[in-house]
Design a protein around this ligand. Structure first.
Ligand code: FE2
Length: 267
């Protein structure tokens, strides 16, 4: 059975982290999910007031890549990787920190209109930080054994059971990616109740809810245009050569908490 792609809202991490960090991420989650965040998403039973008040603004840093900028060539050029990571991702981190700082100040001042005005910036930049942190980790150099589907035996078996085979899945995933209008992301996700599904998200909305993001592909033009120009299908074809199947297998085998432990470690 082929799962049709669908637009989703944001995804939110359940990150077992220091309280201040977690509180900030809870805020991002609640602001990015449009009330789609489930209480069960979070591993502990903290309380947070409805104003998302934080004791202080959490700041984030750009995670280092687990490989060099030229490591994904020829699928993704070093120029794209350097700009994408050091400029685009850095901008999401910088702007998220600014928005969270302003939000903390507005919250402390009881300025609800200012808090509301900041929510789109937190959603956009928080989502960008989450998505790219996941993305870098689900890529690997083509020469690495991690880039072979052989590194993901349980996941590949489930893909075969769901789509009929790896090639059929690739075609379905590619169709979802190429069907994205404007900027967005394509994700393979695992849900407890429905198993594997392909979903797409708009702009920088992350996957939120019960899903585990097994792997994602950035379909913003900044991810491919310098190398592929308008040849988006070629980018989609070549991205398969650098998917980190080992990471995908780990995410597939693990819980949502496990996935975001790894994400937390990277941000
Ligand atoms: Fe990107």
């Amino acid at each position: 059975m082929m799962t049709l792609p669908r637009r989703r809202g944001a995804l939110l991490p359940s990150l077992p982290i220091p309280f201040s960090s977690l509180l900030a991420l809870l805020c991002i989650a609640s602001l990015t999910s449009n009330s789609l965040v489930h209480a069960s998403f979070f591993p502990l039973s903290w309380s947070m007031n409805s104003n998302c008040t934080m004791p202080g603004a959490q700041t984030y840093t750009l995670p280092a890549l687990p490989y060099s900028y030229d490591a994904l060539e020829p699928s993704i050029s070093a120029q794209i990787m350097e700009l994408h990571h050091s400029k685009h991702h850095q901008a999401y981190v910088t702007n998220l920190n600014k928005a969270l700082g302003d939000y903390a100040a507005a919250s402390a001042a009881g300025d609800v209109p200012a808090q509301i005005a900041l929510q789109p910036a937190i959603r956009f930049n928080g989502g960008g930080h989450i998505n790219h942190s996941l993305f870098w980790r689900n890529l690997a150099p083509q020469s690495s054994p991690d880039a072979s589907p052989d590194a993901a035996p349980r996941l590949v078996a489930e893909i075969a059971a769901t789509w009929g085979g790896l090639e059929q899945f690739r075609k379905a995933f590619a169709a979802a990616l190429l069907g994205i209008q404007g900027s967005g992301w394509g994700w393979l996700v695992r849900e407890e109740s429905t198993g594997l599904r392909i979903v797409t998200t708009k702009d920088q909305d992350p996957v939120v809810g019960g899903e585990i993001p097994v792997f994602g592909v950035d379909m913003w033009e900044h991810a491919y245009y310098l190398q592929y120009l308008n040849g988006k299908p070629a980018y989609v074809e070549n991205i398969w050569k650098v998917i980190n199947w080992k990471t995908a297998e780990e995410r597939y085998n693990g819980s949502r908490d496990d996935t975001f432990k790894l994400l937390r470690a990277s941000i």
